[in-house]
Design a binder for this molecule. Structure first.
Ligand SMILES: [Zn+2]
Length: 350
């Protein structure tokens, strides 16, 4: 061994920890634009006759279980005494209901579900921070409501309301704990290596699930109101005029495809492992004939549970794989959002 030359100093790229996120490449084919099914066509049952145009209406009932730690910020920093935490001066709060139970705003859930739905279908790049000239041809955000990509048809676009409603999810208990969130370093999109390919956006960014979240450690940060592991939230998602494939894609995103088991990543602290939530579909109120429902005095439909519920879920997921879901982006997504996971939370830099 020769000592006459000093060893080269490691480059910054060699000493940084593995990235806590992965980029899901855009599908090779451009977004697939179609005229959405209008709310004006809500009552047309004749459409139910032919496959492909068959529409489903109903409501999913969901239980969401926190697997790491959850904080969805209100943007408000409160005095500790305001939330019954006398020992700490300041805390970042979550929304609380009348009984003091933590809430996840429907808009936060919608954002999470939509971004995953976009990634596994041929959908536009919506709400991106990239400049217009960095968007690959055909991937511009949909603006013409008669020509919408799969995600915009279901979740809404300019002047188009969408076909699924997201309601606030409510914690089933009034417990919360004081957690801790480091002040995260947030690089700009242009700093992400691999984010751009020849000057164009190359993928969508998703954070890995980990077996637990990083806690206090040596890092500087702030106290946050947090829902701890095993805490359960419940909500319901009403939907109308969805194709079976669209319902199935939603169910895949909600982690109901056993071949591609994934969990949601909700709220703040994603790079340090926070926000992992698993979903259970407890029942579905399925309305085959929406007009009957409106003509009837008895508006309660019989919710499906157990085996009939599982059959409905499986059939919808099969239709999703046939009609809408892009297999390669889905495989990539499962590498990041697949759950359960063995992945350790990041050490050091994140
Ligand atoms: Zn779109």
């Amino acid at each position: 061994m020769s000592y006459d030359k000093p060893l080269p100093r490691p480059q910054p790229s060699q000493i940084t920890a593995p990235k806590p996120y992965h980029l899901i490449p855009l599908p090779k084919e451009k977004p697939q634009l179609q005229h959405p099914k209008g709310h004006d066509q809500y009552y047309r049952d004749r459409e139910a006759c032919s496959e492909g145009t068959y529409r489903v209406h109903g409501r999913l009932h969901l239980r969401l279980t926190v697997q790491t730690g959850l904080h969805v910020s209100t943007g408000v920093v409160a005095l500790g005494t305001d939330v019954g935490e006398k020992a700490i001066p300041l805390i970042k709060t979550m929304i609380q209901g009348n009984q003091g139970q933590l809430m996840i705003p429907g808009s936060s859930l919608k954002g999470v579900v939509r971004s995953t739905y976009e990634a596994i279908t041929r959908s536009c790049l919506c709400k991106t921070k990239a400049k217009p000239n960095q968007i690959p041809p055909g991937y511009q955000e949909c603006r013409d409501k008669t020509q919408l990509c799969p995600a915009c048809r279901v979740f809404g676009a300019l002047n188009w309301q969408g076909l699924i409603q997201f309601r606030d999810a409510e914690c089933e208990s009034t417990e919360f704990r004081r957690g801790f969130m480091p002040s995260l370093y947030r690089p700009h999109p242009h700093e992400y290596p691999g984010y751009f390919n020849q000057g164009k956006v190359a993928g969508r960014k998703f954070y890995y699930h980990t077996i637990r979240a990083v806690d206090k450690g040596q890092h500087q940060g702030i106290s946050v109101q947090q829902a701890a592991k095993t805490v359960v939230f419940s909500t319901s998602l009403p939907y109308r005029n969805l194709t079976k494939g669209e319902l199935g894609t939603l169910l895949i995103v909600l982690g109901q495809d056993t071949q591609h088991a994934i969990a949601l990543k909700v709220g703040g602290g994603k790079p340090i492992g926070m926000g992992t939530m698993t979903v259970e579909v407890t029942s579905v109120e399925s309305v085959d004939n929406i007009r009957d429902r409106y003509l009837s005095y008895q508006t309660q439909s019989q919710p499906l549970t157990g085996k009939p519920l599982q059959q409905l879920i499986q059939q919808a997921i099969q239709a999703a794989h046939r009609e809408l879901v892009q297999s390669q982006p889905l495989q990539e997504l499962v590498k990041v959002l697949g759950y359960p996971t063995e992945r350790e939370p990041p050490e050091g830099m994140y």
